[in-house]
Design a protein around this ligand. Structure first.
Ligand code: ZN
Length: 131
């Protein structure tokens, strides 16, 4: 990935992560560092390209999000927002991990479900009068 595209995607991710950190209030509690990778991470799985990686230490309210920019580049803004919301949920869920220290299918499912709820809330904006 060349510098121009790297910087474009980096700025795109940074702005959207900042927006989500504000919307969720996570930035009020956690110190979140964002890292940017020029290369894809295949996550040891062929045919699977990770968009983000999340490392969090709930003891200190510190987390790091790594963005794999070649994958980010191929996402629509909506899909990128969904991926960011999902990744931010991992910050909150990681403390539920047990001895394996590795995330499990349940954490993945909960992160996906909450991200979908957040996306819906953001996209709707407010409750219609008919409710
Ligand atoms: Zn996940």
């Amino acid at each position: 990935m060349k510098d121009r595209e790297y910087n474009k995607q980096k700025d795109r991710v940074r702005k959207r992560i900042d927006d989500w950190l504000y919307l969720t209030g996570i930035s009020q509690i956690w110190k979140v560092t964002v890292c940017y990778e020029r290369l894809n991470d295949t996550d040891n799985r062929p045919n699977w390209m990770s968009t983000f990686r999340c490392d969090a230490d709930w003891r200190y309210n510190q987390a790091a999000i790594t963005a794999y920019l070649p994958t980010v580049e191929n996402l629509t803004d909506e899909d990128l927002d969904n991926a960011i919301a999902h990744e931010l949920m991992h910050i909150l869920l990681q403390e539920m991990r047990t001895a394996s220290k590795s995330h499990n299918d349940h954490e993945e499912r909960v992160a996906t479900s909450i991200a979908q709820v957040l996306m819906r809330m953001r996209n709707i904006g407010s409750v219609p009068d008919k409710m």
